[in-house]
Write a protein that binds this ligand. Structure first.
Ligand SMILES: Cc1cc2nc3c(=O)[nH]c(=O)nc-3n(C[C@H](O)[C@H](O)[C@H](O)COP(=O)(O)O)c2cc1C
Length: 208
């Protein structure tokens, strides 16, 4: 299957993708090409997260980038993929992420209530990667104690989530929610279909 990334798709057209198109075409990626990412790329994605909105501008978040092969392999065993799908959909050995970014909250800066900051920062991070043609999976189902130990996190750094990264080897698509079912699924072509609620279903009212 040919995977079209933002960069490839827009390369010939000589313009940068409109932000709304970016937001609507981003999908979680769970199958990756094995082309490595550079440290510079990971720093750029963290830099995008760094400037995200932050409550009271406290900026309690800290990041750890992992691209070392041995560490990447270890983290793979400590995260859970695509809960709605059978384990056959788990990335095969040659489809695994090539890097991870761990997102931590520094409790010395903010003790609790930092999860909304995490949301804004992680979305920035993922979109920065996307603009590079790099796919991402935001991962909350992670073994926090084991990953914290592996990364040698001090007590004040609480692991919130992990973002798996790599060049996409799949092209999931948005589909309509039918019969209220929001569970993503694989269609007959083995394409991951991600149901999104209709606009009419999420807008309660417009005071015009
Ligand atoms: C807070 C959060 C935690 C998530 N945790 C996981 C996870 O542990 N494993 C996984 O495969 N996907 C995880 N995802 C990805 C969601 O399954 C995905 O965003 C959702 O199915 C919608 O697909 P989309 O991102 O392509 O729109 C997580 C997403 C969010 C926002």
């Amino acid at each position: 299957m040919q995977v079209v990334t933002v960069r490839e798709e827009y390369k010939d057209k000589g313009f940068i993708m409109n932000i709304n198109d970016v937001l609507k075409s981003r999908r979680t990626i769970r199958k990756f090409k094995q082309t490595p990412l550079s440290g510079e790329q990971l720093m750029r994605y963290i830099d995008a997260a760094r400037v995200a909105p932050s409550a009271a501008n406290l900026q309690p978040l800290k990041y750890i980038a992992v691209k070392n092969t041995e560490m990447v392999e270890k983290i793979f065993g400590l995260v859970k993929w695509a809960g709605y799908l059978a384990s056959e959909y788990n990335p095969k050995e040659d489809e695994r992420p090539t890097a991870y970014i761990a997102v931590c909250a520094d409790t010395a800066v903010r003790k609790a209530g930092y999860e909304i900051d995490v949301g804004a920062a992680v979305e920035n991070l993922i979109l920065s990667a996307f603009s590079d043609g790099v796919g991402a999976c935001w991962m909350g189902a992670v073994d926090r104690p084991k990953i914290s130990e592996l990364l040698g996190l001090p007590e004040n750094l609480v692991l919130s989530c992990v973002v798996a990264l790599g060049y996409p080897a799949e092209q999931p698509k948005e589909v309509k929610v039918t019969d209220g079912n929001i569970k993503y699924y694989l269609n007959e072509e083995n394409t991951l279909c991600v149901p999104k609620r209709d606009l009419e279903d999420v807008i309660i009212k417009i005071y015009d």
